[in-house]
Design a protein around this ligand. Sequence first.
Ligand SMILES: [Zn+2]
Length: 526
Amino acid sequence: MSTEPRVVEVFDTTLRDGLQVEGVSASVEDKLRIAEQLDWLGVNYIEGGWPGANPKDIEFFARAATELNLSTSMLVAFGSTRRPRGKVDEDDTLRNLIEANTAAVCIVAKSSAYHVTEALQTSLDEGAAMIADSVKYLRDAGRMVLVDMEHFFDGYQADQEFSLRALEAAVVNGATHVVLCDTNGGSLPPEVGAITAAVVAHVGSDVTVGIHCHDDTGCAVANSMAAVAAGAGHVQGTLNGLGERTGNANLTTIIPNLQLKLGHRCLPDDRLVRLTSVSHHVAELLNRAVNPQAPYVGSGAFAHKAGLHASAIARKKDAYEHIDPEAVGNGTRFVVSEMAGRATITMKAAELGLDIDGPAVNTVIDDLKRLEHEGYHFEAADASLELLMRKATGWQQEFFNVESMRVITDETNGADFGTEATVKVWVGDERHVHTAEGNGPVNAIDRALRLALTPSFPALDRVHLTDFKVRILDGAGATGAVTRVLLDATDGERDWTTIGVSTNIIEASWRALEESIVYGLLHADS
Ligand SMILES: [Zn+2]
């Protein structure tokens, strides 16, 4: 029996379908950087955009041709079939597609009879001819052609004959791939599996059958897996499941599922360990954080909180983890709170590479109990926890010393609130005094502190704040209402969170900000 792994191609559409998500936009520069990440990860195809639809995508393909040096992936331009009753050699979409000058193109084709007659208002004969003519035209222009069969599953259930006819129009004219799309995302795994199996049997081995799912039933990953089980050899999706509505099929889940669980081959050797890094890097470029609970790549995917659990895992690593986190470039993390016992603290210290002895462990436990009583919550602030653990061993940050900090907020012209911060800090025996304006106190303090520190610590240029959360804690105790501030920061490779708690929101913010910068400096070159 052959033990060769089955190859399943990965087609990434983060730069096309993924960018349809609300609240995300990417510059051409961002798109080039994301394409480099995808190539480094090793996907087979990178769909770069729709050169007919917007000028940014035309610019992307022009710059990609000279600036991108892809070593693994093939760049694909996306478009559609010719318009109804139009001519292929007079069609703007097809012309733009050819001018994008990629070796491969992917076109969307209406494969549901309902959409041909209702959305296009044309006949089924014309619907099939649009696909046939367009594929042939692009093949004659020397392009490899993949065809996204839009609304395939819905169409197949309503009018199987036309959906198969659409498929054949693509295949006989030289498409290398027919990709079955669950465009509305409403299908479930059993029907996706059954229809994919029927299509694979129908088209034979001349063409690769692909799958393209959306997550409207929460089943995009399961549907993609069902299609692969039924014989699909090509999976389309996006990093982190980005995409309009509920998102596209999440490749950061599908790839490890196929590779680690089923033994299929999706990425080149040894590339799977890059998955977590690429997922976070792309999230960063798009300013959209990775869900901490995301399978495989989330910061909490291998986090353990309960004491019993944590001490068991220290003895037997596979007892509570379904895979070795390092296989996808993630890691085991112990979540520490005031409930933590000595074992958890010791393991956390080991995870952070700190050497903490008996008395220091007691100090950490005492500090945690006291601070969590005041309103701190270290589970959510790993960076502050690390600093607290370091301090328990007698460590003190020596990067800078703050002499004073002042914030002024005033209303000018009866409308705008202006905020100005002044910080006085010492770096060694040099005193730096800087004032900066900001769109709020945290922003102003952050800017002033950076002005003061960046000349001595250029690495700070790469550190920036990504999120700021404020919560007012219930003031039932004698202390009154307390504000808890959580600050997220990144240097592009590492993400961290710090915490500050005070009855004064500015003080809470300042504590979190100062620790954020100290943590950034501490890890600047590691
Ligand atoms: Zn789609």
